[in-house]
Design a protein around this ligand. Structure first.
Ligand SMILES: N[C@@H](CCC(=O)N[C@@H](CS)C(=O)NCC(=O)O)C(=O)O
Length: 218
């Protein structure tokens, strides 16, 4: 059986977890925190979460893991059949990762974890990058009703698990809600919040959040 290593407070872990739940693929979770200890690096070369253990060995990097699951497991497809449409979904997911999740992450320590302040130059860059990232999503996302159109895809996983903290960062560094002017995106978040698997992932995250914060702050 597949084993998913990570922790419920991790947004990347939750992307893979929701993919497995939506597809109905059986899996076990293994508690695992990213760091630079040799035993962790033996499993995850950059010391990051999530990791998927398969019969053939360990896989890291969320996009590679999601592609592996898509290619090897049954259940609902999270990528379209048509190669051009598949590439379009991957482009949307990559844009959300590179231009929304990663710039927001530079301010997580202050804004999401409530630890030390972020240097001003990094806050300014995060704000500039996030404005461009959300403008990209507004331009490219279809939200009809899902990010890439009619069907739930990998782009929705990146959207759902990147936007919440990115909005918190936007509020802190720009003093605005980055989804203002994107009512279809908010409607999609509301729709996804009704999904029982999304609710399960959220409940697991909420249950783990206090211990995770204590760990990060310690
Ligand atoms: N590029 C990685 C990013 C994963 C990532 O940043 N995971 C975080 C937790 S949400 C982590 O492991 N952080 C630990 C660290 O950076 O040391 C992926 O796509 O899986």
């Amino acid at each position: 059986m597949l084993k998913l290593y990570g922790f419920a407070a991790s947004n990347y872990f939750n992307m893979v977890k929701l993919a497995l739940l939506e597809k109905g693929v059986p899996f076990e979770t293994v508690p695992f925190h990213g760091c630079q200890n040799p035993d962790i690096l033996a499993v995850s070369p950059r010391g990051k979460v999530p990791v998927l253990e398969t019969e053939q060995g360990f896989l890291s990097e969320t996009d590679a893991i999601l592609d592996y699951i898509e290619e090897t497991q049954g259940g609902i497809a999270l990528l379209p059949e048509n190669p051009f449409a598949r590439a379009g979904v991957r482009a949307l997911a990559k844009e959300i990762e590179l231009y929304i999740e990663l710039p927001a992450r530079t301010c997580y320590v202050e804004v999401v974890f409530g630890c030390r302040p972020t240097p001003e130059a990094i806050r300014l860059k995060a704000g500039r990058d996030l404005l461009k990232g959300f403008a990209t999503l507004a331009r490219h996302g279809k939200f009809a009703p899902y990010v890439a159109g009619e069907h739930f895809t990998l782009a929705d996983l990146y959207f759902l698990y990147s936007v919440e903290h990115a909005r918190e960062v936007g509020q802190s560094v720009l003093g605005k809600d980055l989804l203002d002017g994107m009512p279809e995106a908010q409607a999609l978040l509301d729709r996804l919040a009704q999904n029982p698997n999304v609710q399960k992932v959220a409940a697991d995250k909420e249950a783990e959040w206090p211990a995770f914060l204590a760990r990060v702050r310690g």
